[in-house]
Ligand binder design. Structure first.
Ligand SMILES: [Zn+2]
Length: 251
């Protein structure tokens, strides 16, 4: 397919390429790739944001879990105090009952109950004391952990903010990038453009690639001698006979 008469603007002209439209197509491809990069970055933002928010949520629940552990210890402490009060009251009741009993064995039985209650109280006191020490430790550790975790949350929040800024920048870039694509497209002659569009279907960038050592730099396969010669002449748009990409001679 000869493309004689296809002209590109002087500013787009490259010394090693002919007038087959490759230069203007390369500019178009470059701008399209830039636009795609911006679009991809924008698309990936929600995912990036979500992963940061998940991290923050995990950190927050770590703090919450620590607080919960302390709360549970406090509740246990209160339960011990309540139980202690009950046992003490019981002991007092036994003591007042002792004043009223007549029989010796009843008196002895109550003495035994009182001893049991007192033993129970002192065991509860011990448990409570142990718990208070643990609670002190836990509160201290929690304060340290919280400070550390809050710092991490702060860091992630800053990352979120940077993403917001990135989004603003990308959104402001995208209009200019679209415009640049349109402008580059208007510089490409109809025929090379239609070949480019056709080749681009089902292919990932790059769509136009150089030939180096007779190898297509898209699929890295050796092209046929005919393709090589045509690319060297640069009179028409030449495509790789393996992957279909447009190839140009890159000395
Ligand atoms: Zn190829």
């Amino acid at each position: 397919m000869l493309l004689d008469g296809v002209r590109i603007t002087a500013s787009n002209r490259s010394s090693f390429m002919g007038d087959n439209g490759t230069t203007s197509l390369l500019i178009l491809q470059d701008r399209e790739m830039n636009l795609e990069r911006i679009e991809r970055s924008l698309e990936s933002l929600p995912r990036e944001r979500e992963s940061i928010q998940k991290k923050i949520a995990a950190f927050e629940s770590e703090i919450e879990a620590g607080k919960q552990r302390i709360k549970e210890m406090e509740v246990r402490g209160k339960a011990i105090e309540t139980e202690m009060g009950e046992v003490e009251n019981q002991a007092l009741k036994y003591k007042s009952q002792q004043l009223e009993v007549k029989k010796n064995e009843e008196y002895t039985a109550l003495t035994h109950e009182i001893e049991l209650a007192e033993a129970k109280v002192s065991s509860l006191e011990e448990t409570e004391l142990e718990l208070l020490y643990k609670l002190d430790d836990a509160r201290e550790t929690q304060a340290e952990d919280e400070a550390e975790i809050k710092e991490k949350i702060e860091m992630e929040s800053r990352a979120l903010k940077r993403l917001d800024e990135k989004e603003i920048n990308l959104k402001s870039e995208i209009d200019a990038a679209c415009e640049a694509v349109g402008e580059a497209e208007s510089q490409v002659e109809k025929l090379p453009l239609s070949i480019y569009r056709r080749v681009a279907r089902g292919l990932k960038y790059p769509i136009i690639v150089p030939l180096r050592d007779a190898k297509c730099q898209g699929c890295h396969m050796r092209v046929s001698a005919t393709v090589e010669v045509e690319a060297r002449k640069a009179k028409e748009i030449t495509t790789c006979d393996n992957c279909g990409r447009i190839v140009y001679w890159d000395a």
